[in-house]
Design a binder for this molecule. Structure first.
Ligand SMILES: Cc1cc2nc3c(=O)[nH]c(=O)nc-3n(C[C@H](O)[C@H](O)[C@H](O)COP(=O)(O)OP(=O)(O)OC[C@H]3O[C@@H](n4cnc5c(N)ncnc54)[C@H](O)[C@@H]3O)c2cc1C
Length: 490
């Protein structure tokens, strides 16, 4: 079989070797033309209609080890897939191997230690289902079919962030199959350099087969407000929100989203098909107190419709699911940046771009980062951006592939207009297929954490087998170890 190699050239693998891998696996190895292959190659973002040579649907750690060793032996171009939500399309490839861990989705909760053990292919829906049985949660994403792995490894920004931090801040340990097929535990006490790198450094250092997360008391009902105003009010809403968050408590995580609300049964009929700006917030703690705290979000103007009340946490976590189906039908192009301040000029650009979006379903999305997110030092974890007050995302979303160029152009233009008002950093989980040079994008995203990450990459994946990600190049042999890398191991 012809395959793509890591050097960019074509290679060849004997059918006998493929069959050996197939029989060794507890899961299935899928090749083009075989039943379920076409289903297994679909990822969230339909822009990436790729045809891997092999899809290894792993059932356990042993399958992952064999798949990694096979990839390494054949210098196979290798993608790693968990939830399949990489907006940049990094979890698939043409003619290479996809190591798919999505069948490894078990979650177990240790109530006494307040720890969840989560397999590497679980989604946030899997985690919330099990942890909420005990009124516990760990900070995840805001769409339940998003994968735990990708989201955690590059940070993780969700509704619990200001109270309990990013997802990666709640990682207690991870089991990792490294690029040469070794199985390691990474925690504060074991392979501490790897543990540091996993908390924000992405899928660069190995394949995580399970995570342990700290759990916190959450719900089962949480105070929630989604107040939907006419989009024409965006400027005003953003200004009122800016004022309000200046004194908002850590328990509240809030955001402003512009969007054309779909005619979904979960939304009030008054907003169906309407262009709206949503003032959205979730409060972690006493629900009645939370409703009092969030009440101002409902009074920024006259909402067209609202969802407000003490709502099951799992319903909040899946509120956006139906609008972002995980079927490959969404074509997505995202571009993010961070802002220190929401200036009037930045607000004007966001509102103007929202009103003049090229696709109805495109969102302009700005999230407040405060409290626990910003109390972590920038060098405490690999996640590099701790001081910005806002992360924003132009989320291009459309369905017709013929329209792709116009929507990508809209996102790029909107981003370019806002960029001069930003910190210059990007959130790597909100990055689509970039027009910028990948190496300089990743370097600038990690800033002063980059050199330490490159040393860790060199130690755990010296040949850069795992390169289909927000890629950190292994430090070259003559680069001396920066002292910080050693410090992490003590
Ligand atoms: C609909 C939608 C909603 C989102 N919501 C949020 C949100 O609320 N908050 C937020 O912060 N981000 C959010 N994101 C961005 C999301 O965090 C990233 O797209 C993330 O990469 C998705 O993880 P995944 O496991 O689903 O992705 P995949 O596409 O499966 O993987 C992405 C990358 O992660 C790495 N990876 C995956 N599995 C493993 C593993 N087991 N071990 C090692 N590396 C691995 C690989 O490098 C892979 O390329 C959202 C994205 C989408 C599409």
């Amino acid at each position: 079989m012809q395959i793509a190699t890591t050097s960019g050239s074509k290679g060849f693998i004997d059918q006998k070797e493929i069959e050996q891998l197939r029989v060794s696996m507890r899961g299935r190895l899928l090749l083009p033309g075989e039943p379920d292959y076409d289903k297994a190659r679909v990822i969230f973002n339909g822009m990436f209609d790729r045809h891997p040579a092999l899809i290894a649907r792993c059932r356990g750690v042993a399958d992952v080890i064999d798949a990694v060793r096979f990839a390494r032996r054949h210098h196979l171009l290798t993608a790693v897939r968990a939830g399949g939500h990489s907006v940049a399309g990094n979890s698939t490839c043409d003619d290479g191997l996809v190591i798919d861990v999505s069948l490894m989705s078990s979650v177990t909760v240790d109530r006494n230690r307040r720890i969840a053990r989560v397999q590497g292919g679980a989604t946030w829906g899997d985690v919330d289902r099990e942890t909420q049985a005990f009124d516990l949660a760990t900070p995840g994403g805001i769409v339940s079919h998003t994968g735990v792995a990708g989201l955690t490894l590059n940070g993780g920004i969700g509704w619990l962030r200001n109270r309990y931090g990013l997802t990666c801040d709640n990682l207690v340990s991870a089991e990792v199959v490294t690029a040469n097929g070794d199985v390691l535990t990474a925690s504060a006490n074991e392979n501490a350099d790897l543990f540091w790198g996993l908390r924000g450094g992405g899928g660069n250092f190995g394949i995580v087969t399970s995570f342990e997360f700290a759990l916190h008391p959450v719900g089962p009902l949480v105070a929630t407000v989604f107040s939907m105003y006419p989009m024409a009010a965006t400027r005003d809403i953003l200004k009122r929100w800016r004022e309000w968050i200046a004194s908002a408590p850590d328990e509240a995580s809030t955001e402003i989203v512009t969007w054309t609300a779909p005619a979904a049964a979960t939304l009030p009929p008054a907003v169906h098909d309407q262009a709206v700006v949503i003032a959205a917030g979730v409060y972690v703690g006493d629900a009645q107190e939370g409703l009092r705290v969030l009440e101002p979000l409902r009074q920024f103007g006259k909402p067209l419709g609202e969802i407000a009340g003490a709502i099951p946490y799992r319903s909040v976590q899946s509120a956006f699911d139906a609008s972002l189906p995980n079927t490959g039908e969404v074509l997505a192009y995202w571009k993010s940046l961070y802002l220190d301040h929401l200036t009037d000029s930045a607000i004007e650009i966001m509102a103007d771009r929202a009103e003049n979006r090229s696709s109805r379903s495109t969102m302009v999305f700005v999230q407040h980062l405060g409290g626990a997110v910003r109390r972590v030092r920038q060098d405490e974890t690999a996640f590099p951006t701790r001081d910005a007050a806002f992360v924003m995302n132009f989320m291009g979303d459309w369905r017709d592939p013929r329209e792709t160029p116009q929507h990508i152009a809209w996102v790029r233009e909107a981003w370019s207009r806002l960029a001069p008002h930003s910190t210059g950093a990007v959130y790597l989980n909100y990055v689509g297929q970039e027009e910028r040079d990948a190496d300089s994008l990743v370097r600038s995203a990690f800033g002063s954490n980059y050199d330490r990450l490159a040393q860790i990459k060199r130690k755990y994946d010296p040949t850069n087998l795992l390169r289909l990600n927000q890629n950190i190049k292994p430090a070259s042999a003559d680069e001396s170890n920066p002292p910080a890398a050693d410090a992490a191991e003590t």
